[in-house]
Design a protein around this ligand. Structure first.
Ligand SMILES: Nc1ncnc2c1ncn2[C@@H]1O[C@H](COP(=O)(O)OP(=O)(O)OP(=O)(O)O)[C@@H](O)[C@H]1O
Ligand SMILES: [Mg+2]
Length: 143
């Protein structure tokens, strides 16, 4: 059983993400799980903004580009990746996500459950669930 919160709008989810960001110290891997449209990218907007790495509007879904990077040159980097469109383990390996772990950063991964990523970093898992309408449950766990 992890900590959980229920939000009732996209704005509440981004606001929760801003607060959650205060707990993050690089290096850390944030694994986002949850169905299509459950709010993974919306939550990431709040986390990235809370880290001061970009504005909410600058954070867009990396569904097609696979990896986005945010952050000022002398601040820590924030990577935001999405494995949804990765079809095979071969494609996953070709992405070279392991290279992201060369320098301490915050790595946020959508659809992380599709492929096992080997990482030496501490991990936090955020599970998002539809509760009907605009309600979402966010559950935090440390695995
Ligand atoms: N409580 C809420 N929290 C988050 N998003 C919400 C909420 N209520 C409504 N929404 C809406 O749900 C949608 C969530 O889309 P978002 O792209 O964040 O989901 P996703 O989990 O990243 O989907 P995908 O798996 O396609 O990447 C947005 O249109 C957002 O405005
Ligand atoms: Mg998304």
């Amino acid at each position: 059983m992890g900590e959980e919160v229920i939000t009732h709008s996209a704005e509440e989810t981004t606001q929760w993400g801003r607060e959650f960001a205060k707990r993050l110290r690089p290096p850390v891997l944030v694994l986002l799980t949850g169905d299509l449209g459950s709010g993974k990218t919306t939550l990431t907007k709040g986390i990235v903004a809370g880290l001061g790495a970009a504005t909410e509007d600058e954070v867009t879904s990396p569904t097609f580009t696979l990896v986005h990077v945010y952050g000022a040159p002398d601040a820590g980097k924030v990577y935001h990746a999405d494995l949804y469109r990765i079809e095979s383990f071969h494609d996953f390996e070709t992405l070279g996500l392991e290279d992201l772990f060369a320098q301490p950063a915050v790595v946020i991964l959508e659809w992380s459950e599709r492929f096992p990523l080997q990482s030496p970093w501490p991990q936090l898992r955020l599970k998002l669930e539809h509760l009907g309408g605009d309600a979402r449950r966010i559950t935090v766990s440390t695995s």
